[in-house]
Structure formats: structure tokens, C-alpha cells
Design a protein around this ligand. Sequence first.
Ligand code: SF4
Length: 189
Amino acid sequence: MGIESALPADMFLTTKLNNVINWSRRSSLWPMPFATACCGIELMATASSRFDLARFGAEVMRFSPRQSDLLIVAGRVSIKMMPVLQRIYQQMTEPKWVISMGACASTGGVFDTYAVVQGIDQFIPVDVYVPGCPPRPETLIEGIMAIQRIVDEDNIPRDPDGKRLPLQIAVAPTHTVREQPVPLTVGQN
Ligand code: SF4
């Protein structure tokens, strides 16, 4: 990080252990992608060079729940698939977080049918809802940053029995859609 060059060699820092742990946790969220449909493409775009999720320390996608602490559900989930999602959630390490990305994961979206789960929060706790069909990468990053803020503040909500409560934060869309059609610029100065 270059911090050693900014500080004198014989200097030392003191802080609370909790602050260091929370800083480490929020700077190294490891997502478990559960991408079942088109929202998954936006999830991939978020990790690619244009949006560069690595800037927030959350680009290390793991495909093993035991190595992950951030479940990102991107796309519709069928009733048949839900036990698999629940199993993945149960196998993830604590403290763990869940993002419901897109209308389908949060509400079933346009798929108002008996075969599609009408909101994954009926079966697993959801911390952040990212709206859109699909959400833009910026909105997903906003959702990840919301979790990072909670981790930083050591603000993990629990009920009186110590059971983890879902945060249930809804991200507001921040992207303004440009008027269509946009003017052509190809070949013009
Ligand atoms: S919310 Fe829209 S983009 Fe995302 S999975 Fe559903 S239909 Fe596809």
C-alpha cells in the first residue's frame, strides 16, 4: 500500500483490535456469485475492467461457499433451485452477507408463476436489495458499499438471542438514463 514509505521507520501505530478486524473484513469481502439469469451478466461487468470491483476489495469471486462471505443472488430462482441456494448460504462462513440483485431475485420480477420464488427473502435473510432489471454495475457497487459501511461500524444487528438479523437495506438507483436515441458520433470530430 506504500504506507511504510509515508511513516518513519521507528514509528508505531495503536488501534483497537476490533477496528483492524472490521477494516480487514470490509476490505476483503469474497463474493459467492449465484447468477441464474441476465442479472449475472451485469454482475460479471461489475468485476470487469470498466467498473473494476477490485477498487472495493470485493473482486475475488469464490465458487466455494466455505471461502465466501458475500452471497450475491443475481437472477430468478426457481422453487426447485431454492434448496441448493439455502445449502450454499448455510455453508458460508460467518459473518456473512446477502445481496439480492435485481427484480427477479427480490420479487420474482415479471415471472409471476408457481415455479419461480417470489422473493428470496422468504427463504434466506437478505441484507441489501439492489433494484433494477437489470441493475447497473454502479448500483450493485452501491449495495456492496452499504455492507462495507455496516461492517466498518461493527453494526451487525442481532436479536436478543444473538441470532443475526437481516439488514434489509434497499439501494436507491443512482444512474440517470440518457435520452434515447443518443446522437451518433462515429466518424465525427
Ligand atoms: S431482473 Fe431483469 S435482468 Fe435481472 S434476471 Fe430478472 S429479467 Fe433478467
